[in-house]
Ligand binder design. Sequence first.
Ligand code: HEC
Length: 337
Amino acid sequence: MGMSNRTPKLPAVLFATATFAAAFPAIAAVDFKGAVAPILQEKCIECHGPEKQKGKLRLDSKADAFKGGKSGVDIKPGDGAGSDLVRRLQLPKSDDDHMPPEGDPLSAAQIDALKQWIAEGANWPDGVTISPKVVASAAPAPVVPAGPPPPPPSELPKEFKPEAAEAAAIAAIAKAGVDVPVIAQNVPWRSVNLRLAGASVTDATIAPLKDIKSLVEVNLATTKVTDAGLAPLEKLTYLQNLQLQLTGVTDAGLAHVEKLENLMVLNLYGTAVTDAGLEHLKGLKHLRSLYLWQSKVTAEGAKKLQDALPGLYVNMGWETLAAAKEEKKDEKKEEKK
Ligand code: HEC
């Protein structure tokens, strides 16, 4: 008997249970596609479908579902309360036979829908099958509107031999109490952190840096260097990371930074640099990150530079604040050691 024969007027007996009446107030019979299939798909097919047949039961096609599983027929058309499928849904979650064995139990309304669907004869339209639900990870990744790609990293030459002058220059820096270590084993590239010597570091201290061409990182944060004092840095062709935060450097100093064509990271936080100074940076095509928190640069100025260097990350604030706090913490730790 087709469902259409029964609608719109259903025999009163179908509304025998209060819950069913509540869940489906005075409407037509439970619709398989609209009300039953979505529940099976959402809650059952994962274990009773094409991939797995737990308890030897498949619920994705009519023939399989009606055949039953390991323990026999689970759906008895016309007998909702007597069907093992319904019995399992109604068991307490702690019971071994409760379905689904994992995740949230079905809601009372969902159980009633299945029970009533069976009570009404378990009408499963011919040819309808239920496919496994699409898992989030299987779906194609959402298309994120892409921003401009970051500038390409600068590349260090494979063959690099430090010049003879380097050793003497490194020794001179060592006199100020600062090492110039290589950045990793088996590479010629070096970094120097003069921040730790801080206020005692002046233009004279950093003059020897011009001979240490292997430098890729120079940290001058909190030192007493001046704009003019940055001139020796012009010689550091391979410099990638320059930290000038909390120094007296201004726009004039950036005229020296302009020559550092491999620069990728520049920190100018807490300096008096202005929009005009950023003009010097427009040719730095590898520049990826620029820190400007508490400088005199405006949002428009930063935007203008980003237009010239698409993909450049400019940090004007909060993240720098967090980083600065971290740095302070690290320094305190260092001091304790
Ligand atoms: C995480 C996996 C899993 C999910 C999801 C799941 N089941 Fe099961 N189901 C099982 C396992 C395992 C068995 C076998 C239990 C046993 O043999 O004692 C089983 C057995 C059954 C059986 C008895 C089969 C038989 O004839 O022996 C029925 C009926 C059943 N499940 C219905 C459902 C329904 C309805 C849902 C959705 C509401 C569901 N299951 C969701 C794992 C699952």
